[in-house]
Design a binder for this molecule. Structure first.
Ligand SMILES: [Zn+2]
Length: 65
């Protein structure tokens, strides 16, 4: 996780909005089960990113920052 003094920026391509959510995921084909990847997401892109991961079976959870 980035330090709190620096606001996280949305992970969506081309988006510079401050992130409001942490989208937590894991690709079981390449990541060990304990590994958690995190995409930061703004209000606008949270659902899009979560859906993208969910259809691939990678989505674990979405945390409000
Ligand atoms: Zn965004």
């Amino acid at each position: 996780m980035p330090p709190m003094s620096e606001p996280a920026i949305c992970s969506a391509k081309g988006c510079r909005a401050t992130a409001a959510y942490a989208v937590v995921w894991n690709n079981p084909k390449i990541h060990p089960p304990e590994r958690e990847k995190i995409w930061m997401a703004c209000e606008e892109h949270c659902q899009w990113l979560a859906d993208y991961l969910d259809v691939r079976g990678f989505l674990r959870r979405v945390d409000r920052l």
